[in-house]
Design a protein around this ligand. Structure first.
Ligand code: AMP
Length: 314
């Protein structure tokens, strides 16, 4: 892989550049000219994602283009900076690689007593690993719910990715189908680290989507890495039943159901008691009592159903 990573501090040069290393140790600064831009892959809240080819290596990537004005308006620049910082340092087969970033600068001329030139960033570009099979949530919508083999394979691969993150003191805090992409072999990739945090302490911030939030986060009390075990439990339920467990028409009802851990298993679709047992051990109000992720990997339902390769081929 010729593109490697580690973007550095922005350069105030006209040639719109940021630095990054290439695998042979050479310093490299990316610009838009380094890429052939292909078809649009999708549209997010803050910009567009395009298929792109790095010209020198022919490596295919996804180029995410974000508009600084929109980031500023929504006050998420800090969140993006944190996302880039965290994701670019993670290396795991089930975590989408962030190879680097760059941005373009227009120049704003201000004329007071003297002419002054201020650089003004318009767009930020993230160079991401391309996930050819797209979004998991679309797959889930198409299938309504997954087979136990497929669900267990996905849950085990996410547990491995989260064990890796937690080992680096990174908690994701926003595990949900919309943040998962599917790689070329059918393997899951955690794609969005917008709400993740690098921490050694317990935190209080409320973030993420309500359906996947654990009781300690909806109640805004301190939380730690075990929030990701809860969200993985919610995801496992949604894989098997097609809907998240605490779904309700009103936000306030979802909130109440989460806080009371109002967990019900509908009669249809038919789900094994081993799967229900695993979910019940993850969706536990007392965060210290949730099944640790390494124990999850030894749970009979995972052992019997998950593909050891982490790849679901259908
Ligand atoms: P986002 O702005 O991250 O929500 O991305 C918008 C859409 O672009 C997603 O819903 C995906 O369909 C697509 N997309 C984003 N990143 C990638 C990627 N790395 N590989 C393939 N498709 C992607």
């Amino acid at each position: 892989m010729a593109i490697a990573t580690e973007t550095q501090q922005p350069q105030s040069q006209h040639q719109h550049k940021a630095s990054s290393e290439v695998s042979d140790g050479e310093q490299r600064r990316w610009t838009l000219n380094d890429f052939d831009i292909g078809k649009p892959l999708g549209r997010g809240k803050f910009g567009h994602v395009y298929l792109a080819r790095e010209k020198r290596s022919n490596h295919i990537v996804a180029l995410k283009v974000l508009f600084k004005s929109q980031l500023q308006q929504s006050q998420v620049e800090h969140q993006l900076r944190r996302e880039v910082e965290i994701q670019s340092h993670l290396r795991h087969p089930h975590i989408l690689r962030l190879y680097g970033y760059f941005y373009d600068q227009a120049y704003l001329f201000l004329c007071l007593y003297i002419i002054r030139i201020y650089p003004c960033i318009k767009r930020v570009y993230l160079i991401l690993e391309y996930a050819p099979k797209g979004e998991l949530y679309k797959e889930l919508q198409k299938c309504k719910y997954f087979s136990e083999r497929r669900a267990a394979t996905y849950v085990a691969s996410l547990a491995r990715a989260l064990i890796y993150c937690h080992g680096k003191h990174v908690i994701h805090r926003d595990i949900k189908p919309e943040n998962l992409l599917i790689g070329a072999q059918g393997e899951l990739k955690i794609a969005d680290f917008g709400w993740s945090v690098h921490t050694f302490n317990r935190r209080r911030t409320m973030c993420g989507t309500l359906d996947y939030l654990p009781p300690e986060m909806v109640e805004s009390v301190e939380h730690d890495a075990s929030v990701d075990i809860w969200s993985l439990g919610v995801l496992c339920y949604e894989f098997l039943y097609g809907v998240p467990p605490f779904e309700a028409k009103e936000h306030s009802d979802t909130y109440r159901r989460i806080v009371q851990v109002d967990l019900k298993f509908p009669p249809k679709p038919i789900v094994s008691s081993a799967a229900k047992d695993l979910i019940s051990q993850m969706l536990v109000k007392d965060s210290t009592q949730r099944l640790p992720l390494h124990k999850l990997l030894e749970h009979p339902w995972i052992v019997q159903n998950a593909e050891p390769s982490g790849v679901y081929r259908g």
